[in-house]
Design a protein around this ligand. Structure first.
Ligand SMILES: CC(C)(COP(=O)(O)OP(=O)(O)OC[C@H]1O[C@@H](n2cnc3c(N)ncnc32)[C@H](O)[C@@H]1OP(=O)(O)O)[C@@H](O)C(=O)NCCC(=O)NCCS
Length: 154
């Protein structure tokens, strides 16, 4: 059994289009709040959704993110019966990209000058999962500083 769990904390129900639904993420033992997951179902295409995730800094690096996002994928495909999930991350956010690789999401788009953040234009990478279980074609990448995400976009 995993060490983290997800619990529903807000209304309305997950799966309702055009609303980011927040899931509180807590440790299974003790229930300490350690982060959150988010899911936004597409209004025009309700079988599609974007996901997000954040762990409190002191709980990062323990595998909680991996377990939580795997759980969210299972819930979105298995319970909500969604068809396609995406996640978008800053191209320099190696830990998030590595996590998305590890859960088997595939990189399908690279957006240049896509976000203005902390005074500069940044690049973002879009991942997707269609529940096919094919996994990522970039599995095995390290995600470290010498293996920048942008390297695949040649
Ligand atoms: C991105 C983020 C969620 C990753 O969370 P995380 O829990 O640290 O990620 P993981 O679950 O992949 O675990 C990372 C490390 O824990 C290790 N780990 C995995 N399972 C483990 C276990 N059972 N016990 C101990 N360590 C474990 C992994 O090996 C990995 O270490 P490595 O990278 O040195 O190999 C987190 O860094 C975060 O919240 N960042 C800020 C917000 C953010 O960027 N959100 C994403 C926006 S798109």
């Amino acid at each position: 059994m995993g060490r983290a769990f997800c619990t529903v904390k807000t209304v309305p129900l997950p799966g309702v289009p055009v609303q980011w639904y927040q899931f509180a993420l807590g440790e299974r033992e003790g229930g300490v709040l350690i982060g959150d997951l988010a899911l936004e179902v597409n209004d025009a295409k309700p079988s599609m959704a974007e996901l997000g995730f954040t762990l409190a800094p002191e709980y990062q690096g323990n595998g909680y993110g991996l377990e939580a996002v795997r759980g969210l994928l299972g819930y979105a495909f298995g319970t909500l019966h969604l068809r396609r999930l995406t996640a978008v991350t800053d191209a320099l956010n190696y830990s998030a990209a590595l996590l998305l690789d590890r859960v088997g999401m595939r990189r399908e788009a690279y957006f240049q000058e896509n976000i203005f953040f902390k005074g500069a234009w940044g690049e973002r990478v879009c991942f997707r999962d269609t529940g096919s279980g094919m996994g990522s074609w970039v599995r095995g990448r390290t995600g470290s500083a010498d293996d920048p995400i942008r390297a695949w976009d040649t």
